[in-house]
Design a protein. Structure first.
Length: 287
């Protein structure tokens, strides 16, 4: 059972569900409707979680040979031989179908379609592209930013500019996060033939510049909820402080391109996202 759970990448799935929940909250255009909304939220999170887990399992099935070559992934269930490729593949397919059905039947077709689109772009475009170009990171950020859209569609029934603001914040946030990971594990990626930017340009200067660029971009992008009336002055102050701190860690890695500095960027990114979401929800104007 532990091996099956490991295939679902639970540490990543909780971030996905958090983003989905924020989208759900902002898509709700009326007062909280008690038990009915709790059930709808639960079904949205269950369906999204199943699709995310199925995608993670199928991704590990697809990349099992590359995972075998990397120290950080060689002990996963497939490369370590704890599970067969067929078991992982059918497990991933079953979870994905169950997630789509859950969203389509208990939520709405739009959220289910967005979930299926997330899976398709991640598995059939982003994952194969990782072996060919470092631009795969840009492609992968698209399905990575879809969870708020799924949550928003669950309650609102369609997508508006608010949902796309949530999408954009998550889209930009991913670049410093994943570039820091790529720098920390660049030797692993190189052994597996995965064309991350630090593998293509080993001195790290381009990686550091992009971390600073995207962390800088995230500051004005994170202020869009204030400009469009989604959050207020408390969120504004918090977003500026968090954005400045995130950018500071990026600037430090630009001057000192070491693994420890990259890890600080990674840790800052993991703290930044739930904090910015929490402030956004806390400071949302009344219905």
């Amino acid at each position: 059972m532990r091996d099956y759970i490991a295939l679902t990448k639970p540490r990543i799935t909780w971030l996905i569900l958090m983003s989905t929940g924020v989208g759900f909250f902002f898509g709700l255009k009326r007062s909280w409707n008690g038990f009915a909304d709790v059930v709808l939220l639960a079904n949205t999170l269950i369906g999204t979680g199943l699709i995310a887990s199925g995608t993670a399992a199928l991704n590990q099935w697809y990349e099992r040979e590359a995972d075998r070559l990397m120290r950080r992934t060689c002990l996963r269930p497939l490369p370590s031989g704890k599970m067969t490729a067929g078991q992982a593949m059918w497990f991933g397919i079953a979870l994905s179908i169950a997630g789509f059905a859950e969203l389509a039947v208990t939520v709405n077709l739009l959220s289910a379609t967005l979930g299926a689109l997330t899976l398709a772009t991640y598995l059939f475009i982003y994952t194969p592209l990782k072996q060919r170009s470092h631009l795969s990171t840009v492609i992968g950020a698209v399905p990575g930013a879809m969870p708020p859209l799924i949550g928003y569609a669950a309650t609102n029934g369609f997508l508006t500019w608010e949902s796309w603001i949530l999408f954009l914040i998550l889209f930009v946030w991913q670049f410093p996060h994943f570039l820091a990971i790529a720098w920390m594990y660049r030797d692993d990626y190189a052994r597996a033939g995965i064309q991350m930017l630090p593998v293509v340009e080993p001195d790290g200067s381009s990686t550091a510049r992009q971390i600073v660029l995207y962390a800088s971009t995230l500051i004005p992008v994170s202020l869009f909820p204030v400009l469009f009336g989604m959050s207020g002055i408390v969120y504004l102050a918090g977003a500026l402080v968090l954005g400045a701190w995130f950018l500071y860690t990026g600037i430090r890695v630009a001057f000192d391109r070491t693994r420890s500095r990259a890890r600080q960027v990674l840790l800052a990114s993991v703290v930044y996202l739930p904090m910015i979401y929490g402030l956004m929800v806390f400071d949302r104007p009344s219905f």
